[in-house]
Design a protein around this ligand. Sequence first.
Ligand code: NAP
Length: 303
Amino acid sequence: MTDTTPAAPASAARQAPATGTARLMDGTGLARALVAEAAAKAADITARTGAAPCLATVLVGEDPASVTYVKMKRNRCAKAGVESRHVALPASVGTAELVETVGALSEDPSVHGILLQHPMGHHIDERAAFEAIAPAKDVDGVTMHSFAAMGFGLPGFASCTPGGIMRLLDAYDVDLAGKHAVVVGRSAILGKPAGMLLLGRDATVTYCHSRTKDLAAHVRDADVLIAAVGRARFIQGADIKPGAVVIDAGYNEGNVGDVDFESARERASLITPVPGGVGPMTIAVLLSQTVEAATRQLGLQAA
Ligand code: NAP
């Protein structure tokens, strides 16, 4: 994971009030700054080597949401001077062929990062496919190597959304040491790694999930709340501790998050809006990590 955190956008408030109307955490502005930084580094790599950093995107089938996500990621690459090489495979592709394809990209020195879009279809062994990504090219943070590195606090690439959450917290000078961080959701790409990263920064972490008893009691005790559930307006302001920092990673139908924004902002000190909070950070971290991967693989000093 990279440790470069651009300064908070000019609109950011460095000091948030303890209670009242929360300050917004501007993910759009922070993502823009991170992409600009990645673009400058990509331009430097291109000037020094004659070739741009390259992200390979692998898409299995034609799921409309996945097609859109990959297109968005490739567009952002193009704007940042990062090459993207797209590999489209039919929905009928088997695990062995997919592993072979990803393995070949892992071996290809002109590819610096690999994004394997998921879900890939029930007949595919997704774990086997992810593990075919060389750790040095795992810019989406999906391999067991990256996950373990995150857990041990060793260098490696973070899952992009949790990595984006940490950058947001840092940009707004949120001191995590000793704070009670409550993560609602424990998926492998979001909740679980977010909690690991918070623990690595000395927060006291509680994970909540669908089997948690008295969820509201845990939420009410959170100094830092990470909502990663996937249910619209699941967490209400009345359950938020006054002055808490609220990070809403949810993105649900109707462009709404997992937190009821209007009631939550009356209690929180800092809060991410949806859209414009966590969402834009994910692709920005992917780009940043791709450029970082290229820098390391090419043996270049960061620009
Ligand atoms: P997921 O894999 O479906 O995981 C949801 C988690 O929420 C699970 O751990 C689940 O618990 C927990 N949960 C479900 N119902 C609950 C309940 N009633 N009480 C407490 N916990 C409950 O989802 P995900 O992939 O982590 O995504 C979560 C949200 O983040 C979605 O809205 C998604 O769109 C959004 N997201 C945004 C980005 C971005 O770039 N901004 C990236 C990824 C995801 P169990 O484990 O017990 O089932």
